[in-house]
Design a binder for this molecule. Sequence first.
Ligand SMILES: *Cc1c(COP(=O)(O)O)cnc(C)c1O
Length: 420
Amino acid sequence: MSHFEVIGGALHAENVPLARIAEQVGTPVYVYSTEAFREAARAFRKGLEPVGRHHVAFAVKANPNLAVLRLLANEGFGADVVSGGELSRALAAGIPAHDVVFSGVGKTRKELHQALDAGIGQFNLELEEEGVVLAEIARSRGMTAPAALRVNPDVDAGTHEKISTGKAENKFGLPIDQAPAIFDRLAKLEGINLRGVAVHIGSQLLSLDPLEAAFERVGRLVAELRAAGHAITHVDLGGGLGVAYKPGDVPPTSAAFGEMVARVTRDWDVELMFEPGRHISADAGVLLTEVLWVKPGVTNPWVVVDAAMNDLARVALYDAWHGFASVTPDGGTMVANVAGPVCESSDVFLKNREIDRVKSGDLAVLQSAGAYGATMASTYNSRALVPEVLVSGDRFEVVAGRITAETIMGAEQIPDWLEP
Ligand SMILES: *Cc1c(COP(=O)(O)O)cnc(C)c1O
């Protein structure tokens, strides 16, 4: 069920009226529902019940807020991190180091050291040289790094080109046909325990077919590696499950995903790993905003809101679709465009769409904003960094404060030699 419902004419997050949050924290502000995260996390785990031994790591990049990570840690989730900063966050949130997987195509030597120091559970290697360097660093410190090889199965995820990662031309993973030779060479090195393979083909997948094709391809690789004498104990199947952003989107359920995985991996005899991000967090958040003006347009009016592309970049970045709803819907609708105040023509959230009727001063939300929302925010146009609020029942807390332009300016310097 949705945890953002209209109760007595006003949109609430769980039992908290959004108007109360706007009044106390200001807008724009991300509002998350604890129950929504929990429900998605539990449904995902339940969906995996038919699957053998497995481990779930939340893709931190989808929503790295410390409170969110703690909430998911309490649900038994580990973390999939893609930077030293995300690793620090996962640990600060109380996720045990051995439940952390480190992905990413550009890990620095410093990050490899940091992750070894922390004692993370697995490094997902993206290229042979990375494995050589990791082995060298670990060996020089008398350690052995647990690692898997990320392969690129050359499968079209059928998703937006900018969130597709599993085609041969993408920068991610090793070409799967080269994986056996590279695995052979890396497995011989002292300093790493190369124990498996990893795959992640893209995000916002609305069909299980490309995932199944990729997993089958990985299954054949596992058999091939074993035939070559390698012990394969871990396979990381990545993330990518989509969510319903717009009417007509029908994402696979956690149960359907689990059933497919159980079927495809039945004979693998490995510990499986999963890295869901969006599927756990997207529907747990909205971006709450105030309508500043309704400006007449040539065809439709422009609803100018106080949230902008710097607060929610997905529309400008990926042509993403977000629902828009009034916090005090009166049943009326209007056909309009919704845009933010930033001086860029791409700062438009939606165009020519029928939406709840709104006027200046009304509050509204951009829906399904709990994934890849606040984490991508910037201060472009010297706007404040957007705050985040977590609701639970009838209480709420600011879990990330607004960072003002003044604070940002505090880190800037005018050099002496520019004194007039
Ligand atoms: C981004 C990412 C994920 C999470 O993707 P979602 O589509 O949010 O589930 C998982 N694994 C890796 C390696 C990623 O880069």
